[in-house]
Structures are given as structure tokens and as C-alpha cells.
Ligand binder design. Structure first.
Ligand code: LLP
Length: 414
């Protein structure tokens, strides 16, 4: 079941015609479905039951309306900066259900998070542990910690989003993690509660997760023998979605596979899904400004660009692009959909068979994750507006940026 479906050749977002949304709010426009966010979050939460916590990875889509929709269902959150924590709090999220990931947290960010009362700090180096202990000592606060270990497994995904190999910058080498655990166990103000790993993103198989889990469990047993008790196991995010023809496990299958592998160990489970909650809850709608057919290539010049959605340019990601209203009176040709930004790498889709005319709207699917959050003002283009549909209704959850928004804080010399 998806939230974006065609009825009589017209794309609907839940019950709202996308053509109307584009006319009402302008383009480029992100359109999200409340129901899709809720369904995918609830699939995780129901599969986990009371054996753990689903901490949505805020980086995938951090609009406060999105976070609020999830917070109302009791979601936890995985954050990587003070700014993301402030978003969670502004959205009514519960700090005690937040895990703080990231390899470069500053001492002031750590203090902010501890004072807000986050559930756990996921540490990524021995140096970060010492920095945290200093914060605790100086400010008389206590911290619950997990160590993010790097299990050195191949996630078999794009190299830019693979994080669990020993050549990647993330996590503590699993071979030396026991030493860091011993140190954490001794330090005043620090309580060891967990272990975590995140091996990459857009994984379409279960095996790399289970391989990582096996390595992590060996360490958990070794630590238990030394009296260091691990209460929760956080396997990160990383579950892939279908952009083209991938067939990743569903969240239910994913959670169940991990639970089965754990057997009757008394460990609570945490997941940090981002993409598998957000990607298919959103589309990016753009308008065809001009058609430029040519001898070698046909270019459809659209008003959405790499600054709105960088995944195709950055990772050569394939994302489905379809007309919002299907035409049957126009010849189908093979088009590259390119934006107005002054870069050859500025495209959203290449070599797509489309029957289109100038003025048509196009929808880029799977755009709910790592779309708006990675958008920029490159070429002084205001970032797109975002709307959330809920049944028959639609709500602007972020206004389109205007010139004043873009130059805010800039100043001329005296
Ligand atoms: N936890 C940690 C520690 C992470 O680093 C990430 C993602 C997640 C959870 C969520 O992973 P997910 O469930 O979304 O795969 N911009 C890239 C993806 C970067 C992922 C970074 N870390 C893309 O558009 O493909």
C-alpha cells in the first residue's frame, strides 16, 4: 500500500490531486503523506512491541511537523547534533527517548543533551569518552552511554553510505572496544548501558546486519564476564527501500530476523530507521519549464535541481520520475530531466521514457528521505516549500524560501 497512487491517469497524494497541490503552492514542492509516515513508523513499533524502541533518524527528514506526527505516536529519535535535538524538543518529542549519535559531538552539544535528559550518548571514540567524562565532572551531570563499534562488515551498498568497514571513519574498532568499555566502566558520572553499530544505508539484504550482530554479541558476552552489563543493543538504521526494483525486507521482516537471531538474550533492542520511514512518504514535484530536444540528447529542463534533491548527483541514485498527469496524445521520447543549476551534474533523472510537454508537472518518487534535509541555496535558489497531506487536507509545513530568507545574517562592509 502506498500513499501516492494514480487514479484515471492523475497522481493523488492520499486523496489530494498532486496537480492541484502544485498549482496551489508552486514548484518545486515537496509533498508528504502523514499516513505513510505513520504506517512505516508503526510497522517498526508493532514488530518491536515492548522489546525495544524505534528511534527515527531525524537526518532523513527533520521538518518539525514530521517529527511531531511521529512524536504523537510515541516515537524515539536518533539525533546527530544539538540542532536536531532542538527540533525534536520543538516538535514535542520526548528527550528520554532520544539517542545521540555522531562522531564529532562537541562538549557543549554533549552538555545540552545531558541537561535535556537524553536516553543515551552513542560514543564513537575513546577521545569522545574522555570529553564526555570532563563535561560530567565539570557540570555535575551523569551520562548513560553506548559505544558505537565498527564491526568491519561489508554492507554492500554505495561506498559513500557504507559505514561499517574498518576504513570508514565511524565507530570504535571492535577489536579495541573492550578497552574503551573498561575505561567507561571506571569513570565517575558515566554508566554503560548499551552497544550500537550502524553499518550503512540502503541495505537490501539481512545478512550484513546478522554478520554485524554476531560480532557485536561476542563482545557483549566478553564484557558480561568482566561484569560490564549491556542492557540494550542498538543496530542503527540502514534498511533499504525500493527506488527501482530492489526488494529489501520489510521493517517487520527485518525486526523479526534480528529478534530471532538474538534468541532469548535479555537485551532491549533499539533501531534508528530513517530512510525506511521517510523515503516513500514523500515526492518532489517539479514543473517542465522548457523542452530542448536534440540530435544526441533530449533535455527536459525542470524547475527542480540538485540544490533541491542532491541524491542523483551525489550518489548516482536512481529515483523514479513520472508525469503527475499522464498524457496519451503525446509522443513518448527518452529525456534527461535536468535542473537550471550551472553544473553538468545537475540532473534528477536520465534516459527516461516520458510523454511530456512544457508546463507539465513531474513527480520524483522516494523523495521523503534525504531530500529537503540535504537541500541548499546553491545558485541562490530558495529552498522548496513542503506540504503534508492528511486525507483530503493539505498543510504547508514549510514556506518556500524567499530572497530575504536567503540573505538573512549577511552584511555589507561599513
Ligand atoms: N543511524 C546512524 C548512526 C546513521 O548514520 C544513519 C544514517 C541512520 C541511523 C539512518 O540510516 P537509514 O535508516 O536512513 O539508512 N544521504 C544518504 C544517506 C546517508 C545516511 C547517513 N546515516 C542518501 O541519501 O542515500
Amino acid at each position: 500500500m502506498t500513499a501516492f497512487n494514480y487514479a484515471n491517469g492523475e497522481l493523488l497524494a492520499e486523496n489530494c490531486p498532486v496537480q492541484h497541490l502544485a498549482e496551489q503552492h508552486g514548484t518545486p514542492l515537496y509533498v508528504y503523506s502523514r499516513q505513510a509516515f505513520e504506517n512505516s513508523y508503526l510497522e517498526y513499533a508493532n514488530a518491536l512491541g515492548d522489546s525495544g524502541m524505534t528511534c527515527y533518524a531525524v537526518k532523513a527528514n527533520s521538518n518539525i511537523a514530521v517529527l511531531n506526527v511521529l512524536a504523537r505516536l510515541g516515537a524515539g529519535f536518533d539525533i546527530v547534533s544539538q540542532g536536531e535535538l532542538q527540533r525534536v524538543l520543538a516538535a514535542g518529542g520526548d528527550a528520554s527517548r532520544v539517542v545521540f549519535s555522531g562522531l564529532g559531538k562537541t562538549q557543549s552539544e554533549l552538555l545540552f543533551a545531558l541537561q535535556a535528559g537524553v536516553h543515551c550518548i552513542n560514543l564513537e571514540s575513546a577521545a569522545e569518552l574522555e570529553a564526555l567524562a570532563e563535561v560530567c565532572a565539570e557540570h555535575g551531570v551523569e551520562a548513560k552511554v553506548s559505544l558505537r563499534v565498527n564491526p568491519d562488515v561489508d554492507a554492500k551498498t554505495h561506498p559513500y553510505i557504507s559505514t561499517g568497514l574498518k576504513e570508514n571513519k565511524f565507530g570504535i574498532d571492535i577489536a579495541i572496544a573492550d578497552q574503551v568499555y573498561r575505561r567507561a566502566h571506571q569513570l565517575d558520572g558515566i554508566t554503560v548501558v548499551g552497544i550500537d553499530c550502524h553499518i550503512g544505508s540502503q541495505l537490501t539484504e539481512t545478512k550484513p546486519f546478522l554478520d554485524a550482530l554476531d560480532r557485536v554479541l561476542i563482545l557483549v558476552d566478553q564484557l558480561a564476564e568482566e561484569g560490564i552489563v549491556i542492557e540494550h543493543l542498538d543496530l542503527g538504521g540502514g534498511l533499504g527501500v525500493c527506488y527501482q526494483d530492489e526488494t529489501p525486507p520489510t521493517p517487520t521482516e527485518h525486526v523479526n530476523a534480528i529478534k530471532e537471531h538474538l534468541g532469548d538474550r535479555p537485551l532491549k533492542l533499539i533501531f534508528e530507521p530513517g530512510r525506511s520511514i521517510a523515503a516513500n512518504a514523500g515526492i518532489l514535484v517539479t514543473k517542465v519549464e522548457y523542452l530542448k530536444p536534440g540530435e544526441h540528447k533530449n533535455f527536459a529542463i525542470i524547475d527542480g535541481a540538485m540544490n533541491d534533491m542532491i541524491r542523483p548527483s551525489l550518489y548516482s541514485a536512481w529515483m523514479d520520475l513520472q508525469p503527475v498527469c499522464q498524457r496519451n496524445n503525446t509522443e513518448t521520447k527518452v529525456w534527461d530531466a535536468v535542473g537550471p543549476v550551472c553544473e553538468t551534474g545537475d540532473f534528477l533523472a536520465k534516459d527516461r521514457e516520458l510523454a511530456i510537454e512544457a508546463g507539465d508537472y513531474l513527480a520524483l518518487f522516494g523523495a521523503g528521505a534525504y531530500g529537503f534535509t540535504m537541500a541548499s541555496n546553491y545558485n541562490t535558489r530558495g529552498r522548496a516549500a513542503e506540504v503534508m497531506v492528511d486525507g483530503d487536507n493539505n498543510y504547508v509545513i514549510r514556506q518556500r524560501e524567499n530572497f530575504d530568507d536567503m540573505v538573512r545574517g549577511e552584511q555589507l562592509l561599513p
